[in-house]
Design a protein around this ligand. Structure first.
Ligand code: DAH
Length: 347
């Protein structure tokens, strides 16, 4: 084997050892580059006698051709390997199951509120929403709460570190009842001077807040306020409407409704509304589901209306309570823990 065969073999071995394009180009430079081995040999020809120069030149060119061919072959190999690796890395296994979007769902309390809105909506009630940060006047004074009423205390109501124009702390509304006042005031303003003012029929669902926390109380919970005010809306109307609501909500006729005398500053007379199912898992027990009463004349005055000609009733239901009764949930905290194992059952 002559020196040129050895050189060609060395180049083939170096090319084979190169695992990447850059290493291969380095190897190429060692043989074919400006000061590569082949180039040096060709330069050396100049010093040779003419007859030797011709045959040696031909041999070197042959070796050069062999090295160039080896280089080209290795380049193709590497390019192919690179493509293979890329295809493998980007391989898409079409047999894998999709990742899915996770079908969301409404929270059971939201579903319940939507249900309550739909039922009262079908009975001609408007749906109103209002602020969760409320003034002291809307929360208490307008609703005929005496100045020293315990509901105003820090132990019962969350206050916000901001005062209203009258210098009173704002609070997180402890009930939805301020919406009676907000809605009725807007209604009165809209119909000022009207001969026969249209009735008010509205429900106002939303979050309320109280300093309270155990298995049956959460510092945030949901109520739906109701107000029906007209020329002569009576307790009898309330009973019919409420019973109809219960019938539609629970999809049963098999229940009794009872009014139990109670006290609220904003109604007179006042009553708790209890229901008792005749069948099903809750059968036989009286369940307290709402507070209610005929709207107190002082409150009607605070609406901006005449209590002689605007008579009616208000009620407040616990939306969480209705959700728990409907879905058979016995711990209120489950509703607000955010545990998907619980929540996903309602989607
Ligand atoms: N606001 C009362 C509460 O949070 C519930 C209530 C009772 C609302 C009687 C009313 C009502 O509208 O007439 O306990």
């Amino acid at each position: 084997m002559n020196d040129l065969d050895t050189l060609v073999q060395a180049a083939q071995a170096d090319f084979a050892a190169a695992r990447q394009g850059a290493a291969l180009e380095d190897a190429k430079a060692r043989f074919l580059g400006k000061s590569g081995r082949i180039t040096e040999l060709l330069k050396g020809l100049g010093a040779m006698p003419p007859e030797q120069k011709k045959s040696r030149g031909a041999e070197i060119n042959q070796a050069k051709g062999a090295i160039e061919a080896a280089l080209q072959a290795r380049r193709e190999q590497l390019a192919e390997a690179e493509l293979d690796a890329q295809l493998q890395a980007e391989a898409l296994d079409v047999t894998l199951p999709g990742r899915g979007r996770g079908i969301g769902g409404l929270h059971p309390v939201s579903r319940t509120i939507e249900r309550i809105e739909a039922i009262f909506g079908s009975m001609g009630f408007d749906v109103a929403e209002g602020p969760e940060i409320e003034t002291d006047w809307m929360s208490f004074t307008a609703l005929n709460n005496p100045e020293n009423h315990p509901a105003r205390s820090m132990q019962d109501t969350f206050y916000v570190d901001v005062k209203d124009a009258g210098g009173r702390w704002l609070c997180l509304r402890p009930h939805t009842s301020p919406m009676q006042v907000r809605y009725a005031q807007a209604h009165a303003a809209k119909h000022v001077g009207t001969q026969a003012m249209p009735e008010i029929r509205v429900i106002a669902p939303g979050r309320v807040y109280r300093v309270d926390s155990d298995a049956t109380h959460s510092p945030m919970f949901h109520q739906v306020e109701g107000l029906w005010l007209g020329a002569n809306v009576s307790f009898k109307d309330l009973k019919v409407v409420f019973a109809d609501f219960v019938r539609q909500f629970f999809e049963t006729d098999d229940f009794d409704v009872r009014f139990r005398p109670s006290f609220f500053p904003f109604t007179e007379p006042s009553a708790e509304i209890d229901i008792r199912f005749g069948s099903g898992p809750l059968a036989g027990r009286w369940l307290e589901v709402a507070g209610s009463g005929q709207v107190h004349p002082n409150v009607v005055r605070n609406y901006g209306l005449d209590p002689e000609t605007n008579i009616g009733f208000a009620f407040g239901v616990g939306a969480d309570r209705f959700a728990m009764l409907r879905y058979g949930v016995d711990d209120l905290r489950l509703m607000f823990d955010g545990d998907l194992r619980f929540l996903s059952q309602f989607r």
